[in-house]
Design a protein around this ligand. Structure first.
Ligand code: PLP
Length: 491
């Protein structure tokens, strides 16, 4: 049957359920205590609660909302919960959520300028705003990707293309005569760097992990030595990835010194500021992005610590013509007359289709204003400073890394050992793993871990707009309480 009416949901129904769901969202945010932050379900439990086959007949939206409330929501780990302190704190803020609703409404695809002129131009404008907020140089090209993993992959591809070795045409396999390509990053860098190297045929053997100093920063002297050793051995250094805010401890590599080395040996420098880069906008924290102006590319993730709902990662690049050389493939069906006068973002990355993500960054920046964003970041740093002081004051806890932003790395050392430190690392590792599990099992908070110098390390990552001092304090109480209890049981 050929429809003579809109085949979509009836507009009045849309209005009704739209209001219902907005109310649902407000209720959800008003009562975070109703949900465990870390989902307390076993693998397969949610799947079993859902019908294995799709419905033949239309179902009432009320029933769908009911299942959402009963089955899906309790089976989620709640990243927007004020007690979420794992990995890096993130926030889907109100303006960001509303913008996502609009983005779906337009369903625009910003692949070419003509397929979404306002979406493309808003992306250019809003990335210009973010660049100014971060005090980065004028003239930087910016593009929105889904994640930092993709932004970094794209940057490494550009670094490879900059070598002009014909790899784009012949592939790595078509150049068996090439020396081994080498990429340098610290042994604290995010796994996405290694993944990028794998995808691009550099291979894990092509990644040289440079040791760090006592504060987990890449050793620039060892970087230079590694480059010289590789050159002497006939390998081809081509790229350095420095990190501003490493995942484990949020350490900051000496970008300026690394940039000088990159310039000296003609290597591409990419800076991974996925988490901490945005804090460069805070007055007095210019040091965060110092030296980045000399880098070839930089990634920052507004979906991490700038209150934009997942996903939105920004890649800035000083050499967009190289990005374009690496990625532009224009078949006839995508040719347009504006190629010379407008940006077609599909030419600068992997994706053809691109969601209208700029809208949510625009809404978030306009709603909070630059001052509001800076204040909120500062508040998180202040909460982090308080938590750090509590850790430092309690003789049963040990701080394991400097606190530069709002992530605190620490472990519990039960009192008989807190002074003598004679409990073995293994024993303390098991104890701290149990402590983390116990605290997370309360459902009130969710923290994650890492290993620092072989020590099991609990990470407290503050970064959600709904988190207040009450939530941070509660996490601390739970850690103290369960630390003492478990110590009695096993020490
Ligand atoms: C320093 C750093 N870089 C990159 C990433 C990857 O981010 P994404 O999930 O956006 O790919 C992370 C994730 O936590 C990170 O901490």
């Amino acid at each position: 049957m050929i429809p003579t009416y809109s085949a979509d949901m009836d507009p009045e129904q849309f209005r009704k359920y739209g209001y219902t769901l907005i109310d649902w969202i407000v209720e959800y945010f008003s009562h975070p205590e109703r949900y465990n932050v870390l989902a307390q379900v076993r693998p397969g439990e949610i799947r079993e609660a859902l019908p294995p086959s799709p419905p033949d007949k239309p179902e009432a939206i009320e029933d769908v909302i009911d299942d959402l409330t009963r089955i899906i929501t309790p089976g989620l780990t709640h990243w927007n919960h004020p007690g979420f302190f794992a990995y890096f704190g993130t926030t889907a803020s109100g303006p960001g959520i509303l913008a996502d609703l609009l983005s779906s409404t337009f369903n625009t695809n910003a692949m070419l300028w003509r397929t979404g002129p306002a979406a493309v131009e808003l992306e250019v404008v809003v990335l210009g705003w973010l660049r100014q907020l971060l005090r980065l140089p004028e003239g930087l090209f910016g593009i929105i990707n889904d994640t930092a993993s993709v932004s970094t992959l794209v940057a490494i591809a550009a670094a490879r293309e900059a070598l002009d070795l014909g790899i784009r045409e012949r592939g790595m396999a078509g150049r068996p005569d090439l020396p081994q390509l080498r990429l340098y990053t610290s042994d604290q860098a995010h796994s996405s760097v290694e993944k990028g190297a794998i995808v691009l045929g550099i291979g894990r053997d092509g990644v040289c992990k440079i040791p760090v100093d006592s504060e987990f920063r890449m050793r620039a002297d060892l970087l230079e030595k590694a480059i010289l050793d590789d050159r002497a051995a006939g390998r081809k250094p081509f790229c350095i990835v420095a990190t501003v805010g490493t995942t484990s401890t949020t350490s900051v590599d000496p970008v300026s010194a690394i940039a000088d080395i990159a310039a000296r040996y003609g290597l591409w420098l990419h800076v991974d500021g996925a988490y901490a880069g945005v804090s460069g906008m805070i007055p007095g924290m210019e040091w965060v992005l110092a030296g980045v102006e000399k880098a070839d590319s930089l990634v920052v993730n507004p979906h991490k610590w700038l209150f934009v709902p997942f996903d939105l990662s920004v890649l800035y690049c000083r050499k967009p013509e190289i990005l374009r050389r690496a990625f532009s493939v224009v078949p006839e069906y995508l040719r347009t007359t504006e190629e010379e006068t407008a940006i077609n973002f599909m030419d600068y990355g992997i994706q053809l289709g691109r969601r209208f993500r700029a809208l949510k960054l625009w809404m978030v920046i306009r709603y909070f204003g630059a001052e509001g964003l800076r204040e909120r970041l500062q508040d998180h740093i202040e909460l982090g400073r308080k938590f750090k002081q509590w850790v430092e004051k309690d003789p049963e806890f040990e701080l394991l890394a400097p606190v530069l932003f709002s992530v605190i790395c620490f472990r519990h050392i039960p009192s008989p050992y807190s002074h003598t430190m004679d409990a073995s690392t293994d024993r303390l590792n098991i104890h701290n793993e149990k402590l983390l599990d116990a605290v997370n099992a309360t459902g009130e908070v969710f923290l994650s871990h890492t290993k620092v110098n072989g020590k099991y390390t609990i990470r407290m990552a503050i970064g959600n707009l709904r988190t207040t001092e009450v939530h941070v304090k509660r996490a601390w109480e739970l850690l103290q309480e369960h630390g003492r209890r478990l110590a009695k049981e096993s020490f």
